[in-house]
Design a protein around this ligand. Sequence first.
Ligand SMILES: Cc1ncc(COP(=O)(O)O)c(C=O)c1O
Length: 383
Amino acid sequence: MTEKRSAPATIAAQALGWIEPVTRAVVPPLHPSTTFARDEDGGYGSGRVYARADSPAYDQAEAVLAELEGGAAAALFASGSAAASALFLALDPGDHVIIPPVMYWSLRTWLLTFATRWGLAVEVVDPADLDAVRAAVRAGKTKLIWVETPANPLWSISDIAALATIAHGAGARLAVDSTVQTPVLTRPLALGADIVMHSATKYLNGHSDVVAGALVTAVDDEFWRRIKLNRVQMGGILGPFEAWLLLRGIRTLYARVPLACRSAQLLAERLSEHPKVLEVLYPGLPGFPGHEIAKRQMSGGFGAMLSFRVRGGEAAAIATAARVKLWTRATSLGGVESFIEHRASIEGPTSPVPPDLLRLSVGLEAVEDLLADLSGALDGAGD
Ligand SMILES: Cc1ncc(COP(=O)(O)O)c(C=O)c1O
């Protein structure tokens, strides 16, 4: 008889149910040791040598993440940026990669500067235009299509299954920055993606107290081994305490994300009706481009990130953010507390973000409090 596979919420809450064998502890011990003793014959009976190469602090969180994403293996990194750069640098100079115009801005900047100087042929193509992607891929030359869905901070949706077909047809991989949707809402590997990336700083950890990153691969192949070697050799490793905190955060993921999504949906609907709001960007709104794809590939919610444009331009948007009392004016996302951010001023002059846009990361507060605070701040606009 085959054992029934537990639901993802169960896997996360119990962190796979691992029990520490020596003490029977249900919470894993913290392993700060940087090195591991050799046997008398010079061998490494524990299988461990040095913590930059292989830390026991990662084992459980990586196993849980691989299981939640339905992958063959996962790897933790010092940040989402360290995870993404380890992946891109596992390609070869000269390889062609396709990236979207809207994506986490700092990674886009790195790709168009450092990675391009290093030798990657980086081309920006809108992944919503599948014909444009088909026309851009070069068989044998394109090695990676990178998408972020929903894409920060306009929340554009990419069709993972369609892009995976195009990538595979050209002999390329599809990598998905899944930070915002989390495995709770979408499992990109099941839709055909090859690698999933997370800024684990956000929802996976969920408490605004850890910077971390993760990759999950569909197959444990030569390319994955290159990525893992990049982590060892370039040293973008996560500290053991951060890995421990991250695992603790993941355990409540399936309770946090649906609640935050429900609040985000309600806020998006209410903000759409507010006379001082020009436009609301949220994949859960029926009129939003990509809503139909989002309905197909996301389940249980459309994410807890949304943006809205304030009538009156940049000054009105900044003044609205200045008037909130409950929301915190801060960057980042995915924490239990809600953030509001004037995005264009952090991304700088090359940003595709409209200057009147405010980005919201919806947390776990009572939604009526969040709504009342925002409505009050908007009502004051133009006073
Ligand atoms: C969607 C997305 N991807 C990647 C990153 C980079 O992650 P980190 O800050 O952990 O390096 C961020 C950070 O804001 C992000 O929002």
